[in-house]
Write a protein that binds this ligand. Structure first.
Ligand code: NAD
Ligand code: UD1
Length: 335
């Protein structure tokens, strides 16, 4: 059985779908602070088997110790955490507590139960403002906000743990920009309030929920002046996790890899691709740069290909079509 922390959330729920397809049994622990219980019902429909679900917090040590006693867990996929950069600046203690203490408590419970295989959600945010693109895993790391710092610290904690106890098998997966949704349209990203990220915002403009998109700056040193990012389909991303689990089983060790496509798209290219996929127009206005934003960021994805025999295969059109299908069903649900 695989324990999935944060398994009701955006990436965690897709990982559950991929794990179920690969024949794994799943136990989800999620405090539903940023997700809905109905996701579990959707996962049951998608995979034909209802995943075990426990509503709870990974910082609740007695709950976690009990779960490890009750179930035979082979590995942990650790998605639970807070992820909004702006909010992390306003609430640093909450972010450090949830992300860092949450991970420490999880590691403690795992060690007590002798469960020593962990797949951790890191982020390309650990590269700060990169000196060059594409970004290899060896690039210098830095943090400009508490969210990013929490990822840096957890990466270091995991390296220290492996340094001290080399029977752990740990993957630190650095995600670039996950977008898209399961092709069924049953699960996807459901941001609360105004979306911070580009793709969910574009999708809400396309449905008419929002009037226009603010394009944060068109004077960056990029081909059309707008920010460039490495958008990766969430299904590709979670398949990368299943490949990482396989790798750890065979090779063990401490694995650190980028999960990206290796290709960057600008904000204007994203708008155009979404308009084509949805058949709707996405009005936009050029606005000031967003503080803390970088000009461009995309992955050197060769290490994942070499070590995991994995690469992202879904193209931008599919990312937009799948987001659109999900957005339409989510909009209907919210009416
Ligand atoms: P999400 O908010 O949709 O999912 C996180 C889930 O964890 C939610 O369901 C939430 O209710 C749960 N949770 C939070 N704190 C918890 C706690 N203490 N105990 C139990 N459950 C808790 O976010 P996501 O986009 O699916 O991100 C998953 C992970 O991937 C996060 O660690 C995030 O930092 C990381 N990540 C995300 C992105 C991205 O763009 N979405 C990029 C890089 C890294
Ligand atoms: C954000 C986070 C980063 C996180 C990443 C993946 C910030 C500062 N950084 O980065 O830590 O790892 O998401 O989840 O929040 N854009 C607009 N208008 C919008 C929204 C975005 O023009 O309304 C632009 C941005 O300026 C950027 C691009 O779209 O150029 C992508 O933005 P976003 O989706 O927020 O991702 P990141 O900036 O890469």
């Amino acid at each position: 059985m695989i324990l999935v922390t944060g398994g009701a959330g955006y990436i965690g729920s897709h990982a559950c779908a991929a794990l179920a397809s690969a024949g794994h049994e799943i136990l989800i622990v999620d405090n539903l602070s940023n997700s809905r219980r109905s996701v579990i019902d959707e996962l049951a429909v998608l995979s034909g088997v209802r995943p075990l679900f426990v509503e709870g917090d990974i910082r609740d040590s007695s709950l976690m110790n009990n779960l490890f006693r009750k179930y035979t867990v082979k590995a942990v996929f650790h998605f639970a955490g807070l992820k909004a950069v702006g909010e992390s600046v306003q609430k640093p203690l909450e972010y450090y507590d949830n992300n860092i203490r949450g991970t420490l408590d999880l590691l403690d419970a795992m060690r007590r139960a002798s469960v020593k295989t962990l797949i951790f959600s890191s982020s390309a945010t650990v590269y700060g403002d990169p000196e060059r693109v594409p970004i290899p895993e060896s690039a210098p790391r830095s943090a400009t906000n508490p969210y990013g710092r929490s990822k840096l610290v957890i990466e270091d904690i995991l390296a220290d743990l492996y340094g001290a106890e080399d029977d752990w098998r740990i993957a630190r997966l650095r995600y670039f920009n996950p977008v898209g949704a399961h092709p069924s349209g049953r699960i996807g990203e459901a941001p609360q309030g105004i979306p911070n990220n580009l793709m969910p915002f574009i999708a809400q403009v396309a449905t008419g929920q929002r009037e226009f998109l603010n394009v944060y700056g068109n004077d960056y040193p990029t081909p059309d002046g707008t920010g460039v990012r490495d958008y990766i389909h969430v299904m590709d991303l979670v398949e990368g996790h299943v490949a990482a689990l396989e790798y750890l089983r065979n090779a063990g060790g401490l694995l650190t890899v980028n999960l990206g496509t290796g290709q960057g798209y600008s904000v204007l290219e994203m708008i155009k691709a979404f308009e084509q996929a949805s058949g709707r127009s996405v009005p936009y206005r050029i606005a000031a740069r967003r503080p803390g934003d970088i000009a461009q960021c995309w992955a050197d994805s060769s290490l994942a290909r070499e070590l995991l025999d994995w690469k992202a295969t879904r193209k931008l059109a599919e990312m937009c079509t799948d987001t659109w299908r999900w957005q339409k069903s989510a909009a209907m649900f919210n009416q």
